[in-house]
Write a protein that binds this ligand. Structure first.
Ligand code: ZN
Length: 149
């Protein structure tokens, strides 16, 4: 009982920390447009609908766990028809760049944006991000599209 309470406490703390970080990023219109556009592109490319049409709503629909000490990975995504359980390795997160708490949260949330088994794949996310980022002028010319790698 006590362990259970501690586990659920840890889960809600993780989500509230991540939610604050994400909402702060989404104040930037370009960031919000990119992430909302990513969802639209994922649905369009795959034919698999997203659970919501804004990135924040997708985040709110998911559960988050602190998986520090459980894995060497930065994060994890367990997605089923009834919801997404996303793991964030707080102990591996570093400020700025791709290992930041924000980047890990966005990456795992993108996996959990559909309710098909295991969510959207690495390739589907990379491909949609490349398309949306390109249309917004955010992709440097030297970047190779994921489908050519
Ligand atoms: Zn991934």
């Amino acid at each position: 009982m006590l362990a259970q309470r501690r586990a659920s406490q840890r889960t809600s703390d993780a989500k509230s920390i991540l939610g604050k970080r994400l909402k702060n990023l989404l104040k930037n219109k370009q960031c919000k447009d990119f992430l909302d556009g990513l969802l639209k592109q994922l649905a369009k490319d795959t034919g698999i609908p997203t659970v919501a049409n804004t990135f924040l709503k997708v985040f709110e629909a998911a559960s988050f766990r602190n998986i520090s000490g459980e894995t060497e990975d930065l994060g994890s995504a367990f997605v089923t028809a009834s919801g997404a359980i996303l793991g964030i390795n707080f102990s591996k997160a570093r400020p700025g760049g791709r290992n930041s708490l924000e980047a890990i949260t966005i990456h795992e949330t993108a996996h959990g944006a559909s309710r098909v088994f295991q969510g959207y794949s690495e390739f589907q996310i990379a491909s949609a991000a490349f398309t949306v980022g390109g249309a917004m002028g955010l992709v440097p010319d030297a970047v190779i599209p994921p489908w050519e790698e």
